[in-house]
Design a protein around this ligand. Structure first.
Ligand code: UT7
Length: 336
């Protein structure tokens, strides 16, 4: 039996910074509202026509993670790619990464778990490594939200929150079972599937031929929908539960946490969790102020940044936790 450890991390965000004031020029919003309700000051948006996609950003993040892991790209045994904004409806971006990185014909799996996607992704990778099947798995979380947002006042409750970017991790076999990923915990509650969703272009709603015929610009089902307050209330409960579940599974307590890296959904959610677990400011890593909510990319971006800023050190207990659309939520307990 093995454990898996995170041996390399990388992230990539587009250069184009979009401030709250920039958004107030295209919709009825303002810096005060956005900062007070979400903590976000700015986010990155891919520039139209730049050719950047969810996959290209994911590849850039992956290249950094591979380099930092000190492995050759041909040592990668498997790819897991988490996103809600794939380049194509199908195939998913996993195979595009296999192609663009020039890897051998390794397996590529796409994860459709939105904000929890990266935690689901590392959980899958961890099981492959624990079982001895693979030695190095590349896990990517990447999102290109900006092309799909309603950038008018109609969409302001959602569109000001999300940003573009990608993060990646290499999970590598670890022979010391007291190190690396100690456990992961995954949950779902599909009863609330539509409370945070993008209904179109799913096949459940209409025939594609009808959609093409209707071509209705007033059709909001092509934009993400979020019942903000309902999602918020569920998030604070599930975040707390799944962090506690992970700690208890390992005989640990909130006081053992060195660094909590929560999915960057809303600064107020992170602050609520911080208070609930009695953590100091330096025990929680937040960067939603700079990047907004980048969904499946938010944890690997934040974890990479924390690592780059020496906030993660050998022996530390690092806790990752996420909640989002599905609803799905999860946690990972890591001894660095
Ligand atoms: O990552 C996945 C998980 N996501 C989350 O966990 C997000 C959870 N929810 C949230 O973060 C918050 O609910 C939001 C930030 C989305 C919204 O904050 P809120 O405090 O729940 O505001 P609200 O939706 O209740 O809206 C309050 C008011 C409304 O106006 P009225 O009806 O009170 O007149 C909105 O129309 O704020 C208005 N509003 C805005 N005003 C300026 C909504 N969006 C905006 C905006 N700028 N961008």
């Amino acid at each position: 039996m093995y454990n898996s450890k995170i041996s390399g991390l990388g992230f990539y965000v587009p250069d184009n910074v979009v401030t709250n004031n920039d958004l107030s020029k295209v919709m009825d919003t303002n810096d005060d509202w956005i900062q007070e309700r979400t903590g976000i000051k700015e986010r990155r948006h891919v520039v139209k026509g730049s050719g950047e996609t969810t996959t290209t950003m994911g590849v850039k993040a992956a290249q950094k993670a591979i380099e930092r892991a000190g492995i050759d790209k041909n040592d990668i045994d498997f790819i897991v790619f988490a996103t809600l904004s794939p380049d194509y409806y199908f195939p998913g971006p996993g195979v595009l990464v296999q192609r663009d990185l020039g890897l051998d014909t390794v397996g590529a799996l796409d994860v459709r778990n939105q904000c929890s996607g990266f935690i689901y992704g590392i959980s899958v990778a961890d099981q492959y490594i624990k079982s001895g099947m693979y030695s190095n798995v590349l896990v990517i979380g990447s999102e290109l939200h900006s092309h799909g947002l309603d950038m008018t006042t109609r969409g302001r409750g959602v569109s000001v929150i999300f940003g573009d970017g990608a993060g990646a991790a290499i999970l590598t076999r670890e022979t010391d079972v007291n190190k690396g990923i100690l456990s992961t915990h995954l949950h779902s509650e599909g009863q609330h599937a539509e409370e945070l969703s993008l209904i179109a272009p799913g096949m459940g709603k209409r025939w594609v031929t009808d959609i093409l015929q209707d071509n209705d610009p007033a059709d909001e089902s092509y934009f993400p929908y979020m019942n903000g307050q309902f999602v918020f209330k569920n998030a604070v409960v599930r975040f707390s539960e799944v962090i506690m579940e992970g700690l208890q599974k390992n005989g640990l307590h909130p006081t053992d946490i060195d660094l909590l890296v929560p999915h960057q959904a809303n600064l107020r959610i992170s602050q609520f969790i911080q208070k609930k677990f009695g953590l100091a400011d330096d025990q929680v890593y937040n960067n939603i102020m700079s990047y907004g909510n980048t969904t499946a990319a938010s944890i690997p971006i934040a974890l990479t940044e924390a690592w780059e800023n020496n906030r993660v050190n050998p022996g530390d207990l690092v806790v990752l936790a996420a909640f989002g659309s599905g609803f799905t939520w999860g946690s990972a307990i890591i001894r660095w």
